[in-house]
Every structure is written in C-alpha cells, then in structure tokens.
Design a protein around this ligand. Structure first.
Ligand code: 4AD
Ligand code: MG
Length: 465
C-alpha cells in the first residue's frame, strides 16, 4: 500500500517492535489520569481492544488535552512500549497528538456507561463505535467473506440477480412497488385503473423478494450458482426475526435432488459457524460474555451435530402429542409457526431440524410435487433460538406439472414465459435454498433482535439513517 502509513490498533497491539515510533488514529473511548499523566483508550474499529496512549500532561497544550474526550477523533504519534499496566502488552508513549474532530462531552450520546440496545437503535449512526456493534459488524464482514469463499472453493459461480423485478417469486404478494409515476396524478386506463404502460419500465415492477427465479436460469446454464444480495418484503411483521430489507444467500444447483440440497445446506451452515469460531474468536467471546453465556457452546454443538431430518407430517404428529399448549393451531395443513419450530428444535430434538414434505398449499408454486398429490419437496432448516433459518426446495422441472400448478394458483402465466422456457428447453432436475443472512447473524452473534445484526435496519415505520 502506498497510502500514508498509519498503524492499525490491531497491528499495534500484536506488534513486537517495541521502541518503534508509530502513528495510530482513532476515536477516544475514555480518558483518565492526573494532572501529570493522562491515559487515553483509543479504538479504531480494527479490533475489539483499545490501545492505551500515555501522555505526559505538561508536555502538551492544555487546550488540546481538554478536547481529548470520549468520542473525539485523534492521531497519536509516539513510541510503542511494553505496558506496565495489566490487560495489555503494549502501549504508546505519546510524542504528538493531533485532534481531528472533538466531541462535546455534554451532547455526545455514547458516554462510558453501558447503553441499552434499544437506545443504541435510536442512534444507529453512532452505534458502530461501541464494542458491541464493532464486534457484530466485524463478524458480519467475516461471514460475508466466508460465504463467498465457501461457494468459490466448491465451484459455484456468483450470479448477480436483479433488484428490480416484474415478478413475485414467492407468490406472497408482499412487495414494494417501484414506480416513477406521479402518485398524486397517475395516468389511467379507460376503465379507470392506473396505466403502468406509462410507467418507467412500461409495466408494473417491484423490489425483488428473492433472486431464485433468475438463479434457476443461472443453474440451468452454469450448473452451480449462488446469489448474495438484498431482498425486500413488505410484510407487516414487527418481530425480532423480520426485516423489510434483508440479505439473502441463494444457491441453486442443477442435478441436485432434495437430499443433495439438504446435504449442501447442512455442510454450508456448519462451515460458516466453524469459520466464525476459527477467525473471530475474540469478538465471539465478547458477545458470549456480554449477552449470551451459551453462545460459544451452542455454536460448537451445532457444528458437532447431525441435523435431524423429518417430514412435515411427522412434525405435526410430534407437536400434537407434545402436550404443549401452542398459540397457533397444529393441525395438518397449517403452516408451522416459530413457536412450533422452536419446540421441535429446542425441546424435542435439541438439535437443528430439517423438515421436508410440506403441504403444497402453504408453499410456493415452483416446488416439486410429490406423487401423493398433496405435498411438495420443500425443506426448511430450523435452528435453536431462530426457528426457520433456511427455506428451499427441489424445483418442479416438468413443464406440464409446473403449468398446471401455476393455473391452479392463478398466477398470470404471461409474466413467467421466460421461466417456463427453462422447462421447455433442456429442463433438468435442480434444487436450491435461501439462507437469511441476518437470521444467520442472529445465530452467530447470540443477539436476540434482528435489528441489532444489520447496520441500518428497515422495519415498518423505520427507515431512518
Ligand atoms: O423461505 P423464504 O421465503 O424462501 C425464499 O425466498 C426462496 N426463494 C429461497 C430459495 O429457495 N432460493 O426465505 C428464505 C430465508 C428464510 O428461511 C429466512 O431465513 C429469510 O430468508 N427470511 C427473512 N429474514 C429476515 N426478514 C424477513 N422478513 C425474512 N423473510 C425470509
Ligand atoms: Mg420460508
């Protein structure tokens, strides 16, 4: 790198080059000391740990040190020395300090005392400067990297699927409309409806709920592909596990049946957890100690376990004979709710569970139908504390069966002509799944609210920052 050298705090703390002069830059976490000597804890986000700066007070301008308060941004040049204090191996004896940006101690919201996660959500522009969000954001980066690494190492290609689409992949109708029409005065058709032919794309468009349909196009050409991008759902669910904007990883594989699909999902999830355990132990330990004392043991137990595989029908039987009183009904045909999923995982099996063979009526149109005529080759992976973390299926590759299903559900066939072409020309058995990135981050970090594992959460009534 030819840019002006500063030493990252992470590098400084692990450096053995004592007596060397270095420059560090970052934000002041705390300042304490006496009239003679000041101790400044400096953090630049490169690591959870602060580096201690020791400054001889008389050697500096009084006005300067006065402004070195919690939240201020400074540069420090000095010599790296062995630290006498406990808890750190090296510190910096400051020769010069430069103030980049002061932070008024009266109005700066992040003072030394711990803040609630609820309060930090209100200052999402400043929370990355806390230990907690530093750890979460570094983990988020490491997980993103490991996802790309996993697929690259396994011969998958990263396919960029569109954000703006004209179809509803999941058929759930929970979409954000994309339009440039004047909402006060939209053009109308003769029968009084909004005329989307005059809209930007000449048709109705929305933000994508899933990259899957385009992912299938990729798989039926490149064999093994994956997407990793933002997806949008206008579902009004104010829960700790739903976002209106979330990131999804969607692998799609030609020549995979539902069993291959389950094998891949299990291997992939374990790989990601192992990656975090190997590369992010400091941040994980911090979250374990601060928020969730079972985090590390839970992560280890999932990588050591064999995921249980059962059918939806078996799941319903277990729930019905559990003696539990659930809020939502558990009769055959009803969708499994988070309370049911968590019972199966946390109480009954004490292991991650993969459920297959769901009733076709509660799943999307593209899933491969079983010979029984009532169930489909869907699979949901359920995790402790999370419930559904992955949803996927083998896809219906038979043109006639797919067309019948589309008709049965009443999806406008014209919109899917390109999708149906994949079944018309060189169709192949194929499968795929979607991993909700923030659900995975909930599991990895032990946080309990999905708003705390994404930098800028989007939920009903919240689009600040
Ligand atoms: O189960 P879903 O809806 O499946 C699909 O979208 C398929 N097209 C995936 C595929 O087969 N390629 O969503 C997949 C996952 C869920 O299991 C969950 O982890 C996550 O996406 N998810 C959400 N995460 C946060 N907020 C929301 N509102 C979510 N909705 C789904
Ligand atoms: Mg699902």
């Amino acid at each position: 790198m030819s840019i002006k050298r500063r030493t990252r705090v992470r590098e400084a703390l692990t450096s053995c080059e004592v007596a060397k002069e270095i420059t560090v830059m970052g934000w002041v976490r705390t300042r304490r000391g006496s009239k003679k000597i000041a101790f400044i804890a400096l953090n630049d986000g490169s690591t959870l740990n602060n580096i201690q700066i020791v400054a001889d007070v008389p050697a500096f301008h009084e006005d300067l040190l006065k402004q070195v308060t919690t939240g201020a941004c400074i540069s420090v040049t000095g010599t790296l020395t062995q630290s006498a204090g406990s808890g750190q191996s090296v510190e910096i004896q400051a020769k010069s300090i430069k103030l980049h940006g002061p932070a008024d101690p009266v109005t700066y919201p992040l003072q030394k005392k711990g803040h609630s996660l609820e309060f930090l959500r209100e200052i999402a522009h400043l929370r990355p400067r806390t230990n907690t969000f530093g750890a979460i954001l570094r983990l988020r980066h490491a997980m993103s990297y490991s996802i790309h690494k996993y697929f690259n190492d396994n011969g998958f290609y990263y396919l960029h699927t569109p954000i703006i689409t004209g179809s509803d992949a999941e058929g759930a109708g929970e979409m954000f409309r994309v339009t440039t029409l004047d909402i006060m005065n939209p053009p109308k058709t003769e029968d009084g409806r909004i005329n989307y032919r005059e809209d930007f794309f000449g048709k109705e468009t929305n933000l994508t709920v899933s990259g899957q349909l385009e992912g299938e196009i990729g798989a039926l050409a490149l064999s093994d592909v994956y997407t990793f991008g933002p997806t949008f759902r206008a579902e009004n669910s104010n829960t700790p596990r739903h976002l209106a904007e979330f990131w999804m990883i969607e692998p799609e594989m030609a020549f995979y049946d539902i069993h291959d699909n389950m094998d891949l999902a299990e291997d992939f999830l374990k790989y990601l957890i192992n990656y975090a355990l190997e590369h992010c132990v400091e941040d994980l330990r911090f979250l374990n100690d601060m928020y969730d004392k079972e985090l590390l043991s839970r992560l280890n137990s999932v990588t050591d376990s064999d995921f249980v595989r059962i059918t939806y029908t078996e799941a319903i039987d277990i729930l019905n004979s559990s003696g539990m009183k659930f809020e939502f009904p558990t009769q055959w045909g009803a969708d499994l709710q988070s309370e049911h999923e968590r019972y199966l995982v946390e109480k009954h099996y004490k292991n991650p569970v993969i459920i297959t063979g769901y009733p076709k009526a509660i799943k999307a149109f593209y899933m491969k139908q079983n010979d029984d005529g009532t169930t489909v080759r869907a699979m949901d992976v359920l995790f402790p504390r999370i419930g559904e973390i992955v949803g996927g299926s083998q896809r219906e590759e038979n043109l006639q069966a797919l067309e019948n299903r589309i008709k049965e559900i009443g999806i406008p066939r014209e919109e899917l002509w390109w999708y149906l072409d994949t079944r018309r020309f060189g169709s192949a058995p194929h499968s795929g799944f979607g991993l909700g990135f923030e659900r995975m981050m909930l599991f990895i970090t032990g946080m309990s609210n999905i708003r705390d594992v994404i930098p800028f959460p989007r939920t009903p009534n919240h689009a600040e920052f």
